[in-house]
Design a protein around this ligand. Structure first.
Ligand SMILES: *Cc1c(COP(=O)(O)O)cnc(C)c1O
Length: 404
């Protein structure tokens, strides 16, 4: 009789977005004349930039001719893409990263979930609270998190690092020593980030205690302040302790196209075992490459035209972010984020819980956001709005909130 991986049974249901969907549908059915504006989405809405579409068309045509057809891609990804990544994302910022340290993938979600499997089962993980749920859930599936406490909504073997207004959303070094530290900067859901100096302290800490940092830089393109690192490899010593995850989803609108990459430096070792070699083995065994057409699209992200068009796209979303942030401030809210990330994190007024504020905003302003408590216990009392909508709707949503 076969047995299942019991760890899956330990996972609490993920009700956040389904509960939101149900509440919104119920409200819309009861009030068919109301125009609901959704500022809860974590998905982009702007179309793929023309320079990228052109590159994809060209690659599609190549696939139709025997002379230019492409089958399986090389294990790490095509060199034309890995070279463009190294030149633009790393060398241009003074970071030492080589093409054979870049592993092209189908996105950062799968990489962030898969990376844990090259580590021992008894490693202790540390995560920020609130957190992108994939980091914890993938470790639950691997049996690394102990038991779940329904009341506190925490796992016995996970080290939580609260990030709230009280500590300015800067996690403190935990009392217990972690083996694996997940950092997402700029952060989803809080929209806040660390300065380069603060990040350097985390790199120094990791090297001191012998931990590895899994660094999710999916929102790197939204950084506007000079004292914020675009890559963890801007910090000294990061090549010895950090793996960096990148995505084309938020900077180039590839959420439906699918492309990302992971950097595993050759200096990252456990004893004399190279993690770069381990990830190469894993990648070669379990992954057969991102599509040629998509890797050509990724290359176009780094073309002169692509860069210019994407700069405009990011600016469009960040104009929404400013509209939301300024509008909320005018309405008397305490707000965070929205400067280096397309997320605005607000403190709910009058001691409302995150869900109470969700209902209030839906019913009184017909605006949908995401309750902070859905991202972890320290998210209670906060609420997330995203800048990924269109500008006109964003302006209208804020007019409504200001009029409450
Ligand atoms: C959107 C997002 C990603 C990107 O995921 P893809 O699989 O590349 O689309 C990764 N991490 C975080 C925190 C995100 O919000």
């Amino acid at each position: 009789m076969f047995q299942i991986n019991d760890n899956y049974q330990k996972l609490p249901g993920s009700y956040l977005f389904s509960t939101i969907g149900k509440k919104v549908n119920a409200y819309q059915q009861a009030n068919p004349d109301k125009n609901i504006i959704r500022l809860g989405i974590g998905d982009v809405t702007q179309p793929i930039a023309p320079a990228i579409i052109e590159a994809m068309h060209k690659a599609v045509d190549e696939m139709g001719h025997a002379e230019t057809f492409h089958g399986y891609a090389p294990d790490l990804g095509y060199e034309f893409l890995r070279k463009a990544i190294v030149e633009n994302d790393y060398k241009a910022r003074g970071c030492e990263v080589e093409a054979d340290e870049v592993f092209v993938s189908d996105g950062a979600k799968s990489d962030s979930a898969n990376i844990q499997e090259i580590f021992a089962q008894n490693n202790r993980i540390a995560v920020c609270d609130p957190v992108y749920p994939v980091y914890v859930d993938s470790n639950v599936m691997a049996g690394r998190t102990g038991t779940y406490d329904k009341n506190t909504e925490t796992w016995s073997d996970v080290i939580y690092m609260p990030c709230t207004a009280e500590n300015n959303f800067v996690p403190e070094f935990p009392k217990e020593t972690p083996d694996m530290i997940y950092l997402c900067l700029p952060n989803n859901p809080t929209g806040t980030t660390l300065t380069k100096d603060q990040l350097q302290e985390w790199v120094d800490y990791a090297n001191r205690v012998g931990a590895v940092i899994i660094y999710d830089a999916a929102y790197e393109a939204y950084i506007s302040e000079d004292n914020v690192a675009h890559s963890i490899y801007e910090c000294k010593g990061a090549r010895n302790c950090a793996i960096e995850l990148r995505s084309f989803s938020k900077n180039a609108g590839f959420t439906g196209v699918r492309l990302g990459f992971t950097v595993v430096p050759k200096d990252l070792k456990c004893g004399d075992v190279s993690l770069n070699a381990m990830w190469a083995r894993r990648h070669g065994t379990k992954f057969n490459g991102a599509p040629y057409i998509v890797q050509r699209a990724g290359e176009a992200v780094y073309s002169e035209a692509g860069k210019a068009q994407l700069k405009e796209q990011v600016a469009y979303y960040m104009k929404n972010a400013k509209t939301i942030k300024d509008g909320l401030k005018d309405a008397g809210y305490t707000v965070f984020g929205g400067v280096n990330a397309p997320y605005i994190w607000l403190k709910t007024p009058d001691q409302m819980t995150s869900w109470e504020f969700f209902d209030y905003l839906l019913e009184k302003a017909n605006v949908v956001g995401t309750p902070g408590s859905g991202f972890g216990p320290s998210g209670e009392g906060y609420f997330r709005l995203t800048a990924f909508g269109n500008y006109e709707n964003t302006v209208q949503a804020l007019e409504r909130i200001k009029a409450l």
